[in-house]
Design a protein around this ligand. Sequence first.
Ligand code: S3P
Length: 430
Amino acid sequence: MSQISIKEKAPLQGELSPPSDKSISHRAIIFSALADGRSLIRNFLQAEDPLRTLQAFRQMNVKIDDKTPNQEIIIHGKGLNGLKESRDIIDCGNSGTTMRLLSGVLAGQPFTSTLTGDKYLLRRPMKRIISPLTEMGALITSDNSGFPPIKIKGGGLKPINYISPVASAQVKSAILLAGLYCEGLTTITEPEKSRDHTERMLKAAGVDIDIRGLEVGVRGRAVLKPMDITIPGDFSSAAFFMVAGSLVPGSEILIKNTGINSTRTGLMDILKMMGANIEFHNMREVSGEPVADISVKYAELRGVEVGGELVLRAIDEFPILCVAAAKAIGTTRITGAGELRVKESDRIAAMASELRRMGVSIEELEDGLVIEGRERLNSAVIQSHGDHRIAMAMLIAGLIAEGETRVEDTDCVNTSFPGFVEMLKGLMKR
Ligand code: S3P
């Protein structure tokens, strides 16, 4: 089991380009595989999670060429009906996005598939996709009452109008993907608007998609056009550097080519409320997604109250937000974030226990945390809980701690951000 120690405490300076967007990478594979013809994907995230999605489609007989000279991916899409039953179980690894989005696709197939994952994914709830997909006509069984592994016998779907109890892009996407296989209009209404990469990509693929406030509708049966897509850097990966640059005195960095889709940039708004010196520059659009370079300078942060729609727009940034709060002047109160209990780990409990080891005073709420900021953290031995974002957030916490901080069980970083530590250390060299 690997571990990483942080003891250098130099200001962060220079430029970096974060790895490609994980959510968009998954979707680029899925929609290209379902399109009729050859798609080109540039800047695909070569990390464990999206590679699970790629492997799943290979298992279903989609030809995917990833040995191209410019590290592009070429997908020879088979159309909606061209997938073949996988001979083996599909292993989604740690990736909830792979399992939930694939379930929507598999619900439309005239064959049976089994999806499993690692010990962390096996603890994540799947009823949220099993219920609507069952309503649409798929036969889904889980011998573990709503947890993976799940078996999906697809085909013969009918459209539904689903009111989702949870704001989740994975649930929304699973239903829209299944909707491609239905005759007529399938709609999903969310309590709040989750990330909209699926809607953008379906539109780009020429699918008839209708967005009215919180309701998204897709008309099937659809034909998807092949795509030529360039994937931007991942705001959720940039987030670690946005906070690191804000917390370490003397830092000044430029994070280039980062997606700034407003359904994802809640952390930017929260950090600004806290007094951060962060700006978007060179705003542009790349393959239907807004992109910018982000400048970050050290600033003294103040505690804030975070709740409501900001939480969903910063849902994956909660671990690193807690680190910002741990150094801010005063109290930060985060509420309405109960979904964090069912992410790659229980991120509320994990951040409470790991920041406490560093001397931070924290109150754990059912749906959030109350964090008292302090000038400096104590060094400690930290557990990642097998969660990439906990591991990276706590390594950033190590930058503002006395002495050496060691984070254990760090292989999980490779699910979204291979090369994270090298990139961080690259900013410390002058
Ligand atoms: C994702 C949606 C979010 C997010 C996850 C990626 C996606 O999950 O937390 O990291 O790519 O659709 P939920 O849909 O469970 O909120």
